[in-house]
Design a protein around this ligand. Structure first.
Ligand code: NAP
Length: 457
């Protein structure tokens, strides 16, 4: 990066705003010029999509000047706050919200979005007050995607195993979350899907890890897999391998070693299929969640169009903790930026924002909340490519623009002192130093005020 020019600014002190301050985007855009020689480009959001887009732009156009803005005082978005803390190998403008269940009882204490729960154990400042009560025996996770499996795994991993991960620097889970998980009494986690085994949204690696989770055994009902063997043959290979693994786990007798392991397991996780959430049931005093009412479903349609339709039967599943994991959702950035609130994306063609020349999007806000970090990388490179193509074709705003100077003046007029990338490097060093005492790769700072104090702001 030495010869290339980029800067990162954390704007934690922008009060009560998303990115950038409401109503300011048009002028914000006008501060940036994309003259072909030294284009000035502003990237909003420093998650994988933001960084990969910036990387592509700088690689392909070394004279470009890229400023990356972020509302958190620390960079890296989902890589820091979303990826499971026991999956450091995955750490290579995301979706800031979760999709609501829109069922009665969703607001009861004891119900959390998986997004908030993940943010809590990953040190996202806004989720540090979550204080999940893990004194119950059973947790229900609604949804059967990779986030649901991540959360189930963190809930069921034996504390001594998490501590072992700490010793070999394989987790950066926060101290506070680890303390709560150590005291957890959760023994059973149900992952509830409205469709069947052929439609699960998680992937084989994550499933395998769950099946092998120390101290935990799987609970699968062989009846859910009746007649599936013939259908498995017809599905594409990755889905076929995934379903075969599920099928074997549900229907085959475990070998002697596995049988001993399962018999001694004190915790369990199960997949409940063909169940759609209808209501979160309150405890008798109405003060917290005590279960989930599920509509039994059957499937209609074929392939991609397979839908779950209620049969009319219902079933209550008692639990003390409900985590809704039915997908993430992006929020609108600013009223001036088009936004499809139904799909949770900015309408775009290959990253070019519809009807707004000079504005591009990448990541989950471009294509919806699906795909792994590698998917976001490819997709961000494509957005970068579109921008550079438009630049070359002379389709972008040109002429001298003040760029960061104008933003700096705006921030200063609002009393905001941004965190620079070199500031972040100081915070990074502090986190790493604090982690050394406990054997962790880092002990994340979770309080923005403390971060600003450490920087002398
Ligand atoms: P997801 O993969 O879209 O899964 C969402 C789950 O919620 C599906 O089982 C879906 O069922 C269910 N669902 C949606 N709406 C529902 C409703 N109204 N009622 C009941 N169930 C509903 O979302 P995600 O788990 O949040 O993951 C997001 C993306 O990040 C995915 O692409 C995922 O692979 C990726 N990710 C990857 C990793 C990893 O690589 N280790 C880790 C975490 C996340 P239907 O299919 O019936 O809609």
């Amino acid at each position: 990066m030495a010869s290339r020019c980029w800067r990162w600014w954390g704007l934690s002190a922008w009060p009560r705003t998303r990115l950038p301050p409401a109503g300011s985007t048009p002028s914000f855009r006008h501060h940036f010029s994309t003259q072909e020689k030294t284009p000035q480009i502003c990237v909003v959001g420093s998650g994988p999509a933001g960084f990969y887009t910036a990387q592509h732009l700088l690689k392909q156009h070394p004279q470009a000047h890229v400023d990356i803005y972020e509302k958190q005082p620390v960079p890296f978005g989902l890589v820091r706050f979303g990826v499971a803390p026991d999956h450091p190998e995955v750490k290579s403008y995301g979706a800031e919200d979760h999709r609501a269940l829109e069922i009665p009882g969703e607001e009861l204490p004891g119900v959390f979005s998986a997004r908030a729960f993940v943010g809590w154990y990953n040190g996202l400042p806004e989720n540090q007050e979550l204080e999940p009560d893990l004194s119950c025996d059973t947790a229900v996770i609604l949804g059967q995607g990779n986030v649901a499996l991540d959360v189930a795994r963190i809930l069921l991993t034996p504390p001594e195993h998490l501590e072992a991960l700490l010793l070999c620097q394989r987790t950066d889970i926060t101290k506070a979350a680890l303390g709560v998980l150590r005291q957890s009494r959760v023994k059973t986690v149900w992952l509830v899907g409205r469709r069947g085994p052929l439609q699960v949204a998680f992937t084989i690696k994550e499933l395998r890890e769950m099946i092998q989770l120390p101290g935990a055994r799987p609970i699968l009902d062989p009846a859910d897999f009746l007649g599936l063997q013939d259908k498995i043959k017809e599905v594409p290979r990755p889905r076929k391998r995934l379903t075969e693994l599920l099928f074997r786990t549900a229907t085959e007798k475990p070998g002697p070693e596995e049988a001993v392991r399962q018999a001694s397991a004190s915790r369990a996780w199960g997949l409940r299929f063909f169940r759609s959430p209808q209501q979160v049931l309150p405890s008798p005093d109405g003060r917290r969640a005590a279960g989930v009412r599920l509509a039994v479903t059957r499937l209609e349609g074929v392939d991609e169009a397979t839908r779950a339709v209620p049969t009319g039967d219902i079933e209550d599943l008692p639990c003390g903790l409900v985590l809704s994991s039915i997908g993430y959702k992006s929020r609108p950035v600013d009223p001036s930026v088009p936004f499809d609130s139904k799909l949770g994306v900015i309408p775009n063609v290959e990253g070019r924002v519809m009807d707004v020349p000079g504005l591009y999007c990448s990541g989950w806000v471009k294509r919806g909340p699906t795909g792994v970090i590698a998917t976001t990388m490819t997709d961000s490179f494509l957005t970068g490519q579109m921008l550079l193509q438009d630049l070359k074709a002379g389709l972008l705003p040109s002429g001298p623009r003040p760029g960061y100077a104008a933003i700096q003046a705006l921030l200063s007029s609002r009393g905001v002192q941004p965190v620079s990338f070199s500031d972040w490097e100081k915070l990074d060093a502090e986190e790493v130093a604090r982690g050394q005492g406990t054997g962790k790769p880092r002990e994340k700072l979770v309080d923005p005020q403390e971060m600003l104090r450490l920087l002398g702001h």
